[in-house]
Design a protein around this ligand. Structure first.
Ligand code: SF4
Length: 281
Protein backbone atom coordinates (compact mmCIF):
# COMPACT_ATOMS: atom_id res chain seq x y z
CA UNK A 1 0.00 0.00 0.00
CA UNK A 2 1.46 3.39 -0.87
CA UNK A 3 2.56 5.14 2.33
CA UNK A 4 0.26 8.11 1.75
CA UNK A 5 -2.90 6.01 1.28
CA UNK A 6 -5.14 4.52 3.92
CA UNK A 7 -7.04 1.27 3.41
CA UNK A 8 -10.29 3.22 3.15
CA UNK A 9 -8.89 5.13 0.16
CA UNK A 10 -8.05 1.97 -1.76
CA UNK A 11 -10.88 0.61 -3.83
CA UNK A 12 -11.86 -2.98 -3.24
CA UNK A 13 -12.65 -3.13 -6.93
CA UNK A 14 -9.69 -3.41 -9.28
CA UNK A 15 -9.72 -2.99 -13.04
CA UNK A 16 -8.20 -6.45 -13.33
CA UNK A 17 -6.32 -8.99 -11.19
CA UNK A 18 -3.18 -7.84 -13.01
CA UNK A 19 -3.14 -4.72 -10.86
CA UNK A 20 -0.13 -5.09 -8.54
CA UNK A 21 -1.31 -4.87 -4.95
CA UNK A 22 1.00 -5.26 -1.98
CA UNK A 23 1.08 -4.64 1.75
CA UNK A 24 -2.63 -3.86 2.09
CA UNK A 25 -2.77 -5.99 5.23
CA UNK A 26 0.63 -5.07 6.59
CA UNK A 27 -0.80 -3.61 9.78
CA UNK A 28 -2.48 -6.88 10.76
CA UNK A 29 -0.76 -8.77 13.56
CA UNK A 30 -0.03 -12.50 13.31
CA UNK A 31 -2.76 -13.18 15.83
CA UNK A 32 -5.38 -11.20 13.91
CA UNK A 33 -4.46 -13.03 10.69
CA UNK A 34 -4.80 -16.36 12.51
CA UNK A 35 -8.11 -15.29 14.04
CA UNK A 36 -9.43 -14.24 10.62
CA UNK A 37 -8.50 -17.59 9.10
CA UNK A 38 -10.03 -19.50 12.01
CA UNK A 39 -13.33 -17.63 12.07
CA UNK A 40 -13.79 -16.67 8.42
CA UNK A 41 -15.18 -13.35 9.62
CA UNK A 42 -12.50 -11.43 7.75
CA UNK A 43 -10.95 -12.35 4.42
CA UNK A 44 -7.74 -11.08 2.88
CA UNK A 45 -8.54 -10.01 -0.65
CA UNK A 46 -6.50 -8.66 -3.52
CA UNK A 47 -9.66 -7.19 -5.03
CA UNK A 48 -13.03 -7.69 -6.62
CA UNK A 49 -13.33 -7.47 -10.40
CA UNK A 50 -16.48 -7.42 -12.52
CA UNK A 51 -17.37 -8.45 -16.05
CA UNK A 52 -15.26 -11.62 -16.37
CA UNK A 53 -16.49 -14.07 -18.98
CA UNK A 54 -13.74 -16.64 -18.42
CA UNK A 55 -14.14 -17.61 -14.77
CA UNK A 56 -17.31 -19.68 -14.95
CA UNK A 57 -20.60 -19.50 -16.87
CA UNK A 58 -21.98 -16.13 -17.98
CA UNK A 59 -20.66 -12.86 -16.67
CA UNK A 60 -18.90 -13.13 -13.32
CA UNK A 61 -17.99 -11.02 -10.35
CA UNK A 62 -14.69 -12.39 -9.09
CA UNK A 63 -13.15 -11.93 -5.65
CA UNK A 64 -9.39 -12.56 -5.70
CA UNK A 65 -8.06 -13.83 -2.40
CA UNK A 66 -4.50 -13.45 -1.22
CA UNK A 67 -2.45 -16.29 0.20
CA UNK A 68 -1.10 -19.31 -1.65
CA UNK A 69 1.21 -22.13 -0.53
CA UNK A 70 2.29 -22.94 -4.07
CA UNK A 71 5.11 -21.30 -5.98
CA UNK A 72 4.23 -21.88 -9.61
CA UNK A 73 7.03 -20.69 -11.84
CA UNK A 74 4.47 -19.26 -14.28
CA UNK A 75 2.15 -17.70 -11.70
CA UNK A 76 0.82 -14.44 -13.10
CA UNK A 77 -0.26 -13.07 -9.72
CA UNK A 78 2.69 -13.58 -7.35
CA UNK A 79 1.54 -10.57 -5.34
CA UNK A 80 -1.28 -12.85 -4.09
CA UNK A 81 1.11 -15.37 -2.51
CA UNK A 82 1.46 -13.40 0.70
CA UNK A 83 -1.80 -13.09 2.57
CA UNK A 84 -0.82 -9.72 4.02
CA UNK A 85 -0.55 -8.26 0.54
CA UNK A 86 -4.35 -8.49 0.51
CA UNK A 87 -6.80 -6.13 2.11
CA UNK A 88 -8.52 -7.34 5.30
CA UNK A 89 -12.21 -7.31 4.35
CA UNK A 90 -14.96 -8.09 6.88
CA UNK A 91 -17.38 -10.70 5.55
CA UNK A 92 -20.22 -8.15 5.75
CA UNK A 93 -18.36 -5.83 3.40
CA UNK A 94 -17.66 -8.61 0.91
CA UNK A 95 -21.34 -9.63 1.00
CA UNK A 96 -22.37 -6.01 0.48
CA UNK A 97 -20.16 -5.90 -2.61
CA UNK A 98 -21.85 -9.01 -4.03
CA UNK A 99 -25.28 -7.68 -3.16
CA UNK A 100 -24.74 -4.75 -5.56
CA UNK A 101 -24.51 -7.13 -8.50
CA UNK A 102 -27.12 -9.75 -7.63
CA UNK A 103 -29.75 -8.76 -10.20
CA UNK A 104 -27.25 -8.08 -13.00
CA UNK A 105 -25.57 -11.43 -12.49
CA UNK A 106 -28.87 -13.26 -12.77
CA UNK A 107 -29.86 -11.37 -15.93
CA UNK A 108 -26.50 -12.21 -17.50
CA UNK A 109 -26.72 -15.88 -16.44
CA UNK A 110 -23.53 -15.32 -14.52
CA UNK A 111 -22.48 -15.56 -10.94
CA UNK A 112 -19.76 -15.20 -8.38
CA UNK A 113 -16.32 -16.80 -8.55
CA UNK A 114 -13.80 -16.92 -5.74
CA UNK A 115 -10.28 -17.12 -7.09
CA UNK A 116 -6.81 -16.18 -5.95
CA UNK A 117 -4.17 -16.80 -4.76
CA UNK A 118 -5.66 -19.95 -3.33
CA UNK A 119 -9.12 -19.35 -1.85
CA UNK A 120 -9.02 -22.45 0.36
CA UNK A 121 -6.19 -20.91 2.38
CA UNK A 122 -9.18 -19.03 3.87
CA UNK A 123 -11.77 -21.77 3.52
CA UNK A 124 -14.03 -20.57 6.32
CA UNK A 125 -14.30 -17.12 4.77
CA UNK A 126 -14.86 -18.78 1.38
CA UNK A 127 -17.71 -20.92 2.67
CA UNK A 128 -19.33 -17.97 4.44
CA UNK A 129 -19.20 -15.91 1.28
CA UNK A 130 -20.53 -18.75 -0.88
CA UNK A 131 -23.35 -19.33 1.61
CA UNK A 132 -24.39 -15.69 1.40
CA UNK A 133 -24.13 -15.70 -2.39
CA UNK A 134 -26.37 -18.77 -2.61
CA UNK A 135 -28.86 -17.10 -0.28
CA UNK A 136 -29.04 -14.25 -2.83
CA UNK A 137 -29.68 -16.80 -5.58
CA UNK A 138 -26.25 -16.25 -7.14
CA UNK A 139 -24.43 -19.09 -8.94
CA UNK A 140 -21.13 -19.85 -7.18
CA UNK A 141 -17.80 -21.10 -8.48
CA UNK A 142 -14.55 -21.89 -6.68
CA UNK A 143 -11.33 -21.51 -8.66
CA UNK A 144 -8.74 -23.63 -6.88
CA UNK A 145 -5.56 -25.62 -7.24
CA UNK A 146 -7.33 -28.30 -5.19
CA UNK A 147 -4.51 -28.90 -2.74
CA UNK A 148 -6.58 -27.91 0.30
CA UNK A 149 -9.83 -29.34 -1.01
CA UNK A 150 -9.94 -31.76 1.93
CA UNK A 151 -10.86 -28.79 4.10
CA UNK A 152 -14.33 -28.62 2.55
CA UNK A 153 -17.04 -30.76 4.10
CA UNK A 154 -19.90 -32.16 2.05
CA UNK A 155 -22.08 -29.45 3.56
CA UNK A 156 -19.57 -26.80 2.42
CA UNK A 157 -19.59 -28.25 -1.08
CA UNK A 158 -23.35 -27.76 -1.27
CA UNK A 159 -22.70 -24.01 -1.34
CA UNK A 160 -20.48 -24.35 -4.39
CA UNK A 161 -22.14 -24.95 -7.76
CA UNK A 162 -18.99 -25.41 -9.80
CA UNK A 163 -15.30 -26.03 -9.17
CA UNK A 164 -12.74 -24.64 -11.59
CA UNK A 165 -9.89 -27.02 -10.90
CA UNK A 166 -6.35 -26.45 -12.14
CA UNK A 167 -4.27 -29.46 -13.01
CA UNK A 168 -0.81 -28.18 -13.80
CA UNK A 169 0.89 -31.36 -14.91
CA UNK A 170 0.58 -35.11 -14.34
CA UNK A 171 4.15 -36.12 -13.66
CA UNK A 172 4.86 -35.94 -9.93
CA UNK A 173 8.44 -34.75 -10.26
CA UNK A 174 7.57 -32.13 -12.83
CA UNK A 175 4.69 -30.98 -10.66
CA UNK A 176 7.07 -30.46 -7.76
CA UNK A 177 9.49 -28.57 -9.96
CA UNK A 178 6.77 -26.31 -11.36
CA UNK A 179 4.75 -25.64 -8.21
CA UNK A 180 6.84 -26.77 -5.25
CA UNK A 181 4.03 -29.13 -4.21
CA UNK A 182 2.73 -32.67 -4.70
CA UNK A 183 0.01 -33.34 -7.29
CA UNK A 184 -1.61 -36.24 -5.40
CA UNK A 185 -3.94 -34.13 -3.21
CA UNK A 186 -5.18 -32.32 -6.33
CA UNK A 187 -6.11 -35.58 -8.01
CA UNK A 188 -7.64 -36.83 -4.77
CA UNK A 189 -9.84 -33.74 -4.57
CA UNK A 190 -10.94 -34.24 -8.18
CA UNK A 191 -11.99 -37.80 -7.32
CA UNK A 192 -13.78 -36.58 -4.21
CA UNK A 193 -15.74 -34.09 -6.32
CA UNK A 194 -16.53 -36.82 -8.83
CA UNK A 195 -17.89 -39.08 -6.09
CA UNK A 196 -20.19 -36.24 -5.07
CA UNK A 197 -21.13 -35.42 -8.68
CA UNK A 198 -19.91 -31.86 -8.28
CA UNK A 199 -19.27 -30.34 -11.72
CA UNK A 200 -15.69 -29.46 -12.60
CA UNK A 201 -14.34 -27.19 -15.28
CA UNK A 202 -10.78 -28.34 -15.66
CA UNK A 203 -8.14 -25.70 -16.32
CA UNK A 204 -4.84 -26.54 -17.87
CA UNK A 205 -2.20 -23.89 -18.56
CA UNK A 206 -0.16 -24.73 -21.63
CA UNK A 207 3.40 -23.50 -21.15
CA UNK A 208 5.81 -24.27 -23.99
CA UNK A 209 8.64 -26.49 -22.80
CA UNK A 210 7.10 -26.96 -19.34
CA UNK A 211 3.60 -28.47 -19.62
CA UNK A 212 3.30 -29.37 -23.29
CA UNK A 213 4.50 -32.97 -23.12
CA UNK A 214 1.80 -34.88 -25.07
CA UNK A 215 2.18 -37.97 -22.86
CA UNK A 216 1.58 -35.86 -19.80
CA UNK A 217 -1.46 -34.19 -21.37
CA UNK A 218 -2.81 -37.61 -22.38
CA UNK A 219 -2.59 -38.79 -18.75
CA UNK A 220 -4.47 -35.74 -17.52
CA UNK A 221 -7.09 -36.17 -20.25
CA UNK A 222 -7.54 -39.86 -19.45
CA UNK A 223 -7.90 -39.14 -15.75
CA UNK A 224 -10.35 -36.29 -16.36
CA UNK A 225 -12.54 -38.28 -18.74
CA UNK A 226 -12.73 -41.14 -16.24
CA UNK A 227 -14.08 -38.86 -13.52
CA UNK A 228 -17.46 -38.35 -15.19
CA UNK A 229 -18.02 -34.85 -13.75
CA UNK A 230 -15.73 -32.75 -15.95
CA UNK A 231 -18.09 -30.56 -17.96
CA UNK A 232 -15.41 -28.81 -19.96
CA UNK A 233 -11.69 -28.24 -20.24
CA UNK A 234 -10.14 -24.84 -20.70
CA UNK A 235 -6.68 -25.00 -22.19
CA UNK A 236 -5.21 -21.65 -21.18
CA UNK A 237 -2.25 -20.44 -23.22
CA UNK A 238 0.62 -19.18 -21.06
CA UNK A 239 1.07 -15.41 -21.32
CA UNK A 240 3.47 -12.82 -20.00
CA UNK A 241 0.95 -10.44 -18.40
CA UNK A 242 2.27 -11.20 -14.92
CA UNK A 243 5.96 -10.71 -15.77
CA UNK A 244 5.99 -7.12 -14.55
CA UNK A 245 4.79 -8.23 -11.12
CA UNK A 246 7.77 -10.58 -10.66
CA UNK A 247 10.07 -7.72 -11.59
CA UNK A 248 8.40 -5.15 -9.36
CA UNK A 249 8.41 -7.58 -6.44
CA UNK A 250 12.13 -8.19 -7.00
CA UNK A 251 11.53 -11.91 -7.60
CA UNK A 252 13.53 -14.17 -9.85
CA UNK A 253 11.43 -14.85 -12.96
CA UNK A 254 12.71 -17.85 -14.90
CA UNK A 255 10.28 -17.64 -17.82
CA UNK A 256 11.57 -14.38 -19.25
CA UNK A 257 12.22 -15.88 -22.66
CA UNK A 258 9.25 -18.22 -22.88
CA UNK A 259 6.85 -17.26 -25.66
CA UNK A 260 3.09 -17.95 -25.47
CA UNK A 261 2.20 -21.17 -27.29
CA UNK A 262 1.23 -21.05 -30.93
CA UNK A 263 -2.45 -21.45 -31.75
CA UNK A 264 -1.63 -24.82 -33.33
CA UNK A 265 -0.12 -26.07 -30.06
CA UNK A 266 -3.19 -24.99 -28.11
CA UNK A 267 -5.43 -26.71 -30.63
CA UNK A 268 -3.30 -29.87 -30.42
CA UNK A 269 -3.70 -29.96 -26.64
CA UNK A 270 -7.45 -29.33 -26.97
CA UNK A 271 -7.66 -32.18 -29.47
CA UNK A 272 -6.11 -34.52 -26.90
CA UNK A 273 -8.88 -33.71 -24.44
CA UNK A 274 -11.58 -33.98 -27.12
CA UNK A 275 -10.18 -37.34 -28.18
CA UNK A 276 -11.30 -38.80 -24.84
CA UNK A 277 -14.76 -37.27 -25.06
CA UNK A 278 -14.21 -34.03 -23.14
CA UNK A 279 -15.42 -30.64 -24.34
CA UNK A 280 -12.94 -27.83 -24.87
CA UNK A 281 -13.59 -24.16 -25.55
S1 SF4 B 1 -1.56 -22.01 -7.43
FE1 SF4 B 1 -2.21 -20.20 -8.58
S2 SF4 B 1 -1.84 -18.44 -7.23
FE2 SF4 B 1 -0.73 -20.19 -6.38
S3 SF4 B 1 1.34 -19.98 -7.22
FE3 SF4 B 1 0.20 -21.34 -8.58
S4 SF4 B 1 -0.65 -20.03 -10.18
FE4 SF4 B 1 -0.01 -18.70 -8.47
Amino acid sequence: MPEHQTLEQISLEAKSPFELRVNLGRNESDSSVRAAIASGDVGFLHSFTTGSTVDGPGVRVVAWTSGCLWRCVYCHNPDTWNMRNGMPVPIERAVEELHKYRFGLKIMSGGFTLSGGEPLMQHRFAVKLFTQAKAMGIHTALDTNGYLGYRLTDEDLEKIDLVLLDIKTWDRERHRRLTGMDVAPVLGFAQHLAARKKPIWLRFVLVPGLTDDPHDIARIAGFASGLGNVERVDVLPFHQMGRFKWKQLGMDYTLENVEPPLAEAVEKACAQFRAVGLKTF
